[in-house]
Structures are given as C-alpha cells and as structure tokens.
Design a protein around this ligand. Structure first.
Ligand code: NAP
Ligand code: ZN
Length: 368
C-alpha cells in the first residue's frame, strides 16, 4: 500500500448539495465510538442513495480507529468506519440504470476508482493506480474531506460500485460478505482451490470463518489452525474437516508438507514458519490479515519446496458480484452476532480478545 494523498479539489469546482445523516465515529485513537452527524451529498445523476440497514464490523475498522496504519494510511478523525453495508435504495440519480427505489443494495470497501488505469479496466479496482476511493478514510472528491463509512443511516454511492444482493439470503448475515466474503473468496478462486485439495485457514474470526465456508463450498478439504481450541466444534460446524491448535508444535509438524493452499487471516504479528511448513511443493501461503508490523520470514522453508508467499486485497467489483451470486446459489452467509450502536465499543474490545462468533453486525435501526 502506498501512502494516501488527498486529491486536490479545485476551489471553483461546484460542490453538490448535502443533507445530514446520523452516524457513529471515533474522534481519536482512544476516544471510543460515539454519535455524530455527517454530511452526505444529494444523489448526483449516477448515484444511488441507500438507507443502511446493517453494517458488519471488520477488524480493519478497529485498525483504522486505532490509527494502526499511521505509517502508510493515517486515520483522519472523525472516522466513521464500516465497509460491509447492506440496505435499501431510497433514491436514484437520473442516469442510474441498475437500481431503482426499494431495491436491496450493498456496498463494500470501495466507492470509486479512476476507471481508466489497467487495473480498473480489467475489473480490479482494488488495485487502481490512483488508489481506489475506499468507503471510509479516503479523500472525498465530491465534498472534500474524507469519506465516511457504513456506521451511518445512509450512504450515497456511484451505481458502478453498488452491488446487487441475492434475495434468498438473510440480509444481516449477508453484510459481512462485502468484505470478509470477498477477501477470502478472491484468493481461494485465484489459487484455483477445488475438490481434492487441502486448504488451511489460519485464525477463526470474521475472515477465517468465511474462508472455511467458501473453501468447503469449493469442495476442498479444510483445516482450521486456531489459537482458541474452544472454537473447535464451531469450526467443524462451519465446514472444517479438522481443527488444529496452532500453538501445539507437534500437531503442526504432523501436518507438514500436506497443504495445497493456506490462507492467513491473523491481524497481529505472528510466526510464519509453522504455516510455510504446512505447504506441499509449489503450495502457497496467502496473507489477507494485515498486521501493522513486518512478519518474520525464513526463506529456507520456501526454497525447500518451491513454496510461495502472497498477499491479497478484497476483490474487484465484478468479482464481488460473482461472490454474492455464488453465495446466493450455495446459501452461504456469515454467522453473525447482531449489536446496537451503543454496543460498538464493547464489540471492538471483544474483537481484540478473539471473542467474536463470527462477525458483529450493527443493526442501524438502533441509530434512529
Ligand atoms: P477477527 O474477526 O478479529 O479475526 C482474527 C482472528 O485471528 C482471531 O479470531 C483469532 O482466531 C486470530 N488471531 C488473533 N490474534 C492472534 C494471534 N496473536 N496469533 C494467532 N492468531 C490470532 O479479524 P478479521 O475481521 O477476520 O480481520 C483479520 C485481519 O484481516 C485484520 O488484520 C484485517 O484488517 C484484515 N483484513 C484484510 C483484508 C484484505 O483485503 N486483505 C480485508 C479485510 C480484513 P483464533 O481465535 O482462531 O486463533
Ligand atoms: Zn473489512
């Protein structure tokens, strides 16, 4: 990730009319979250205005609120997090073709990109050469300042970055698909995970539990590597074939050289050698967890086995819709614990203690 630079907006550029929306924000890394009122733009011709019904709580929200990425993406306060958004269309601009008032709609981690670079043209807006406009804490080209996320009553987004929600899925349990779902779907798909392969998922939290469900849905044999042995029964219920205590070296070594693909979702600094050891020749360890410090890497473990380490960032808009459609077809949603806005601070504390089963989702009706 390169540092975010605010896009300068010419003084003379006309700013759209705004309305106010209730939201929940952090005012500093240590303030906790509290109610705030934010401006949203009135829908422009290509915009969809969405009443937010549910928003998932991603560990990335906690990182940003705590300014964990200060060195590469400093947090601008007030910070309204939230990029797992589902709701109903309130209003559409005159040129909107894909949505109409009353439709279900979803928004993930991005609300815009330059649309012209090679990444955008190939449908990988998450790697936009000019930086995608992330749903929160990114320069807002319409209003100036920074974008505000989904812990809010409503949001206004260009229709090209709004997703269709499968009608058969529980709406609250669909919200986490917009980040945790696509962030695990995309690397599993890019690795070509399929029936007959062995996949490891490291960390059974929001991302990890979606990784288990999706890898199992792709037909793989799935193992969960957890620091919380108490989650073993849940892991099996979610689709894992085996559960391994990652702190037990003997159990880890027993499984050396047997995995095609391992997905690491851990949000803090940790050893990598035990997971590299799990890989077969030509196997890949992909990181989606985003610790804010460098991880140790013993290259000998890679050399002896032509093993690969990789990273992955969410997924493009086209792939996100593909993931939602896949989840609709296979009836895959997140396991959620619903909270009101007044429980967000407690939910953040619990996330830091690995105590989430398996995604907190905010019921925005509690903000009314
Ligand atoms: P989460 O719900 O808090 O889950 C993280 C899990 O990691 C925990 O439940 C725990 O599982 C495990 N863990 C925590 N501390 C650990 C430690 N010290 N050693 C080993 N395992 C540990 O978090 P999340 O929402 O899934 O997000 C995970 C990470 O992915 C965050 O860093 C987030 O910012 C990042 N993320 C990246 C992308 C992307 O596009 N790459 C997208 C979204 C999120 P066990 O109890 O099973 O050990
Ligand atoms: Zn996220």
């Amino acid at each position: 990730m390169s540092a975010l630079r605010a896009v300068p907006i010419p003084e003379e550029a006309p700013r759209p009319q705004t309305y106010t929306a209730k939201a929940v924000a952090a005012q500093s890394p240590t303030s906790g979250m509290a109610a705030i009122t934010i401006p949203r733009r009135e829908p422009q011709p290509k915009d969809v205005q969405i009443e937010i019904l549910y928003c998932g709580v991603c560990h990335t929200d906690v990182h940003f609120v705590h300014n964990d990425f200060a060195a590469i993406m400093p947090t601008s306060y007030p910070c309204v997090p939230g990029h797992e958004i589902v709701g109903r269309v309130l209003k559409t601009g005159s040129q909107v073709r894909k949505f109409k008032q009353g439709d279900l709609a979803a928004v993930g981690c991005m609300v815009d990109s330059d649309r012209t670079c090679s990444a955008c043209r190939s449908g990988e807006e998450q790697f936009c050469a000019s930086q995608p406009t992330f749903t929160y804490n990114a320069p807002d080209k319409y209003l100036g300042g920074m974008t505000y996320g989904g812990y809010s009553q409503s949001v206004v987004v260009d229709e090209d970055f709004v997703l269709h929600v499968p009608k058969n899925l529980d709406l609250a349990a669909t919200a986490p698909l917009l980040c945790a779902g696509i962030t695990t779907y995309s690397p599993l798909r890019h690795a070509g995970v399929k029936s007959g392969q062995k996949v490891g998922v490291v960390g059974l939290g929001g991302l990890g539990h979606m990784g288990v469900k999706l890898a199992a849905a792709f037909g793989a044999e799935v193992a969960v590597f957890t620091t919380s042995p108490s989650k073993a029964a849940d892991a099996k219920r979610l689709g894992a074939h085996e559960v391994v205590n990652s702190k037990d070296n003997a159990e880890m070594l027993k499984r050396a050289n047997t995995f095609d693909f391992v997905l690491d979702t851990v949000p803090v600094k940790h050893e990598t050698t035990p997971y590299i050891n799990l890989l077969k020749v030509d196997g890949t360890l992909t990181f989606v967890g985003a610790p804010n410090e460098p991880l140790p890497l013993e290259v000998a473990g890679l050399i002896f086995g032509r093993k690969k380490v990789a990273g992955s960032l969410i997924g493009g808009i086209r792939e996100t819709q593909e993931m939602l459609d896949f989840c609709g077809k296979h009836n895959v949603t997140a396991d959620v614990e619903m909270i009101g806005v007044n429980e967000i601070n407690q939910a953040y504390d619990r996330l830091l203690k690995n105590d989430v089963k398996y995604r907190f989702v905010i019921d925005l009706a509690s903000l009314k």
